[in-house]
Design a protein around this ligand. Structure first.
Ligand code: PLP
Length: 473
């Protein structure tokens, strides 16, 4: 990254005494209900107050510097402090800060971004993506997917096709439909989810679900077969779509065997059901391509995006609508009674355009594919040798490892021990943000990391593993 593209933080931001951490934590605890947070816990510890960021680092109100190996929350693919993105937002706010795109109006950045996204989405077997539906988040986009999928089959005279099949341990957002599509038991337990006509199959997690003696390739076919079994169980004429993440991000960077996606494609084709690829995490370079379906070679009808489309600098999400669905919605549908105030928000779209321009100029998808992805993979081969690591795997520029009690026997720790959170604590204390999902430790760093940054990240990971091992013994 060219350092001249970073915004130097104002001098006052550097003076940590500007922040009264305890007062901020007290206000936070008194007034701010956080997403996915135990507030009893938060009240005793106090939230960490993040105050600024630059490149691949963030700082807190106490002046502690942390290497952000999670890109915020899988968002900041171009790294922090990009002046171009702030300029794009400023210019657009001064030109047209907002206008809606309902009722036959549009705006310049929304039009240009839709065309740009259409040009970036690769055509597979004559199927292309010429249309975009905008939202402000991944969750909303998946709600829109449910609406579009059901509308599609209604318009084709098959209103009985309503069931959407998803997977356990998938994450598709936090709205009623998003959380229902997701397969997180903790989320389903709160709020009587899933909503009707959403059902789940198992995940393609070889380390957990592979049988003794079964190869990864065999397991991939068996896991894809669960989709066919579910379609038959529900009744093929009732199934509208299958939704899945190319690799499960929030579920712990679960990378499916190479045999999985081709078999899924065969099954959705056989039963003529729509395929929705939720690429909220995987698109925009994360797996070395603009869109991840290209990496795995499957042919989705709808693609969910959000997060890195603006590198998280401003909320924006949407759905790439493939020709099969778009043709029916547009030619047969009349008015689609669905949309958000901020669909096609001009400022968000202007930032999206500027963000894609940076990614293109710096060739970030290629960089992941040819340079930093393989470099990270080599580093993770060494991490895999650590006594506490059962398996360590990467895909593009994201990675996961499993903490195990006994490496040889692949024996796992009791869940109640919270070994992942223990390791995460050591990461935090030593200046690294790494996420724990049960006993899996995961990363998805900014795509702008240099080799030196990656080396430093791997050193910090190894250090956290050593400290966790010491704490356990
Ligand atoms: N889909 C996937 C695959 C995600 O990873 C996420 C968020 O992490 C979402 C949907 C929800 O996105 P948002 O939090 O922007 O609503």
């Amino acid at each position: 990254m060219n350092p001249s593209t970073l915004i130097p933080p104002p001098a006052w931001v550097r003076r940590t005494e500007q922040y009264d951490t305890q007062a901020l934590q007290a206000l936070d605890s008194a007034h701010f209900i956080h997403p996915f947070t135990d507030h009893g816990d938060l009240a005793t510890r106090g939230a960490r107050v993040i105050t600024r960021a630059e490149g691949v680092y963030i700082w807190d109100s106490e002046g502690e510097k942390l290497l952000d190996a999670m890109s915020g929350l899988w968002c900041v693919n171009v790294g922090y402090g990009r002046k171009e993105l702030a300029d794009a937002a400023y210019q657009q706010m001064m030109t047209l800060p907002f206008y809606n795109s309902f009722f036959q109006t549009t705006n310049v950045p929304a039009v240009k971004l839709a065309a740009r996204l259409a040009s970036l989405a690769p055509e597979v077997d004559g199927r292309s993506f010429q249309h975009v539906f905008y939202s402000s988040s991944g969750s909303e986009s998946n709600d829109s997917n449910v609406r579009m999928v059901r509308r599609y089959w209604d318009l084709l005279g098959q209103p009985q096709r309503k069931v959407i099949i998803s997977r356990l341990n998938a994450y598709h957002g936090s709205t009623m439909a998003g959380a229902s599509l997701g397969g997180m038991s903790g989320m389903h337990a709160q709020g009587d989810l899933p909503i009707p006509k959403i059902t789940h199959i198992g995940q393609p997690y070889f380390f957990e679900n592979g049988l003794p003696g079964e190869s990864e390739a065999e397991f991939g076919l068996r896991a894809a077969g669960w989709l066919e079994a579910k379609i038959v169980e529900v009744g093929a004429d009732k199934v509208a779509a299958f939704i899945a993440e190319p690799i499960q991000g929030a579920g712990g960077v679960i990378i499916p065997p190479a045999t999985y996606w081709p078999e899924i494609q065969r099954i959705v084709d056989k039963y003529n059901i729509l395929l929705v690829s939720d690429e909220v995490i995987c698109a925009f370079g994360r797996l070395g391509h603009w869109f991840a379906y290209e990496k795995f070679g499957y042919k989705p009808d709808l693609v969910t995006f959000a997060k890195a489309v603006t590198s998280g600098y401003i909320p924006l999400g949407g759905v790439m609508v493939g020709d099969r669905v778009a043709k029916v919605l547009i030619e047969k549908g009349g008015e689609f009674n669905h949309g958000y105030t901020y669909s096609g928000h001009p400022v968000a779209c202007a930032v999206g355009l500027a963000n894609l321009a940076i990614m293109e100029r710096e060739q970030l998808p290629q960089r992941v594919r040819d340079d930093i992805g393989p470099y990270l993979a080599r580093g993770f081969e060494k991490i895999a040798e650590h006594a506490l690591v059962g398996v360590a795997e990467t895909c593009g520029f994201t990675a996961g490892l499993v903490l195990v009690k006994n490496k040889k026997r692949r024996e796992r720790f009791a869940e109640a021990l919270g070994v992942g959170m223990m390791c995460r604590g050591h990461c935090f204390q030593n200046g690294l943000i790494m996420r724990a999902v049960g006993d899996r430790m995961i990363i998805a760093p900014p795509l702008t990391m240099t080799h030196d940054d990656i080396d430093e990240m791997l050193r910090l990971i190894r250090q956290a593993l050593d400290l966790t091992q010491q704490e356990l013994h």
